[in-house]
Structures are given as C-alpha cells and as structure tokens.
Design a protein around this ligand. Structure first.
Ligand code: ADP
Ligand code: MG
Length: 323
C-alpha cells in the first residue's frame, strides 16, 4: 500500500511547496482563523503548519492518513457541489508515504490532544499529548525514502521561492485568516486579518502595484467578479502577476488570461501582461474542479459565458475609468 501512496504522491507532491499548499488548504478547510507556517532548508528539512481549526480526535487521526479518506464528501452527489478546497483524501496519505510526518491535534471539547506519527507510510498508533485546540502538522525529510525524487529537489533558495508563491496564493485567497510565514526561524510575513482585500495585496506587493489598484466589480445572476486591475504602466513581461481566484481557490486559466489581454488591447505594448487580482465566484455546478489532482485547472460547463462575463466587466471598466 505504501507503494501505491508513493505513486499517488508523485502526482500530488512534486516538491516542498506542494506539501505547503495541501496542508494550508486543509487548515483553511478546518476553519482556522490563524495559520502559521515555519520552514527550514527550503522546506526540504522541515515544514511545520499550525492552525487553530477544528482539530481531530484520536479516532480521526489514523483515518486522516488512510488514502481516499476524506471527511469532506458525505455522498457521491456532493462531488458535484464541491465547496471545500480538498475532497480527494489523498494528500496526507501521500505526504506520509514520502516523509516523516507528525500530527498533533486537539478538538474543542477535549482537555488534551493526540499525536500520531508516520514514517515512510508506516503509521504508529496515536498517543495522548498536550497541545492547544487545532492541528500541528510537521513534515521532516521530504523524499527521504524516494531517492530519485530527492535528487530532483533544487536549492533551498529555489524551493523556498516556490513555497512563498504557494503561501501567497492561499493567503491572497483568504484575507479572513491571519497568516504567518517563518523561514529558518526568521519571520517573512505576518498578515493580520483584514476586511479590505487591497490591504492583503499591498502586504505582498506594496509600492507601485498597491498604488495603482483599480477596483473592479460586477455581478450577474450567477457569476460575480470582484478585485483589482492595475494601470498599464505597471504591466509585466509575463503573466505571473495575474492572480485569479475562483470560489476561494487560485486557478490558472488560459482563456481568462486571454480575456484580460483583450480588455487591455491598445493600452499595452506587445508582449506586456496586465497585473490583476480577480476573485470570481459562481455556483459550483458551473465548474468541474476534478480535472487534475493539484486542482490548478478548472473546466467550466459554459466557458464562453465566463469568458465574455470577464471581458465585458473589464471593458466596461476601461471605458468608465480614466487611466
Ligand atoms: P482532503 O483534504 O482531500 O479531505 P487530506 O488527505 O488532505 O484529504 O486530509 C484528510 C482528512 O484529514 C481531511 O478530510 C480532514 O478530515 C482531516 N484533516 C486534514 N488536515 C486537517 C486539519 N489541519 N485540521 C483538521 N482536520 C484535518
Ligand atoms: Mg486536503
């Protein structure tokens, strides 16, 4: 069974940043209002994520580590109405199969918590331990038992860069949560809860981007678009600064990037990409997120409608804003 989990891990866990992404999504799903990430060695030595979410009982801990065990899908029907970030029940089993994973967790009603350890897929029984309400996930020595994957890890600096990007996406998508990121015991980010999304964007990008945010807002009966586009003068040579979120999760979508380019047509020099931060929401029935295990890509049941909604919103905006 560990081999199967290792194979699944190959799909879901590419590098330390994939661990951070999966664990952060779990903490958000657990309803945490404060999440702290600490990494050493670019996450290859250690990744620790502490949250104040709902926690797990001693009975739930081994289940969380079993593959295809998810507490997030009560029925098959629910797969069509996915709202939480995780729903496959693969991440923890995968991470536990290729690392040394310790989970400490406590639910609200309990006076003490429980700890469980997995080492290369071998699970020890849970033991009582003292800990606050919530969950601490500690991942050490990622890929210690899969030498080929281990060899493909880049320098600590590069892996840290990928972690910062994963952290940024999730912290941007969830400004209702206080996020902290520490690198080698030094604080990198400390982002208190904020009502205004622009505060969170400014905390990451500051300066000229924060100064040139132009608010965007549009609603039709089902598709809502809200966020900011930036003045053409802060455009970039690639599309990395086009942050797009759909129902609370970061996505990349070629056709929506194309819509952005179209909206700026004539305002931007060739080869430049507008900077933008857009949150879209629509009923889950209009989306299929079940395309790839890392869930970065989505499929819309009516892609044309989403495309034109975004394009219309932006065009309308450029006509009414003096840039
Ligand atoms: P999924 O997120 O797809 O359900 P995971 O393997 O990521 O699968 O997690 C398995 C289960 O472990 C979750 O469904 C949830 O019940 C539990 N779990 C994981 N992380 C946390 C956490 N930080 N707090 C509370 N429960 C958690
Ligand atoms: Mg998950």
């Amino acid at each position: 069974p560990n081999l199967i989990n290792q194979i699944a891990a190959g799909e879901v866990i590419e590098r330390p940043a994939s661990v951070v992404k999966e664990l952060l999504e779990n903490s958000v799903d657990a309803g945490a209002t404060r999440i702290e990430v600490s990494i050493t060695g670019g996450g290859t030595e250690m990744i620790r994520i502490s949250d104040n979410g709902c926690g797990m009982t001693a009975d739930q801990l081994p289940l969380a580590l079993a593959s295809h065990a998810t507490s997030k899908l009560p029925t098959d029907e629910a797969l069509f109405h996915v709202r939480t970030l995780g729903f496959r029940g693969e991440a923890l089993a995968s991470i536990g199969s290729v690392s040394q994973l310790t989970i400490r967790s406590r639910t609200e009603g309990e006076t003490a918590g429980n700890e469980i350890q997995v080492r290369g897929g071998v699970i020890d029984p849970p033991q009582p331990c003292g800990c606050p309400v919530g969950t601490v996930m500690e991942v050490r020595n990622l890929f210690f038992n899969t030498p080929v994957r281990h060899r493909f890890l880049k320098t600590a600096q590069t892996e840290k860069g990928h972690i910062v990007e994963a952290f940024t996406r999730i912290a941007l998508a969830n400004s209702q949560v206080h996020f902290v990121l520490n690198n080698n015991d030094k604080p990198l980010y400390d982002l208190p809860v904020t009502e205004r999304w622009s505060d969170r964007i400014a905390a990451f990008f500051g300066g000229e981007i924060a100064d040139s945010l132009i608010p965007i807002n549009s609603d039709d009966s089902q598709i809502h678009v809200q966020g900011y586009v930036c003045d053409p003068s802060v455009s970039r040579g690639n599309s990395r600064m086009q942050y797009l979120f759909l129902n609370g999760r970061h996505i990349r979508d070629r056709s929506l990037q194309h819509a952005l380019g179209e909206a700026y047509r004539g305002l931007l020099m060739v080869g430049r990409h507008p900077v933008s931060f857009l949150r879209m929401s629509m009923p889950p029935e209009l989306i299929d997120v079940n395309v790839h295990p890392t869930k970065l890509e989505v499929r819309f049941t009516d892609g044309g409608r989403v495309y034109s909604r975004l394009l219309q919103t932006l065009r309308h905006h450029f006509l009414t804003t003096d840039m």
